[in-house]
Design a protein. Sequence first.
Length: 86
Amino acid sequence: MNDKKNIRWGIIGCGAVTEVKSGPAYQQTQGFELTAVMRRDLALAKSYAQRHHVAHYSNDANDIIFNDDIDAVYIATPPTYKLGYG
């Protein structure tokens, strides 16, 4: 019996890097569950979620940061990008 719980991940900034590197890796790693993604452009967030079979998507970082159904957040944005949450 496996008592380990999956870590439910959210990604903020689901762009080119997460498209081919971290996004697929998160879905293929045992114990990881990619639960939600966020991108400022909602249509692009939806497209990403559909292509990668992610249940939830948003264009608001707060939806990822303050979501009780997400255990950990990967912030995949350039260092100069400000989230503006609060």
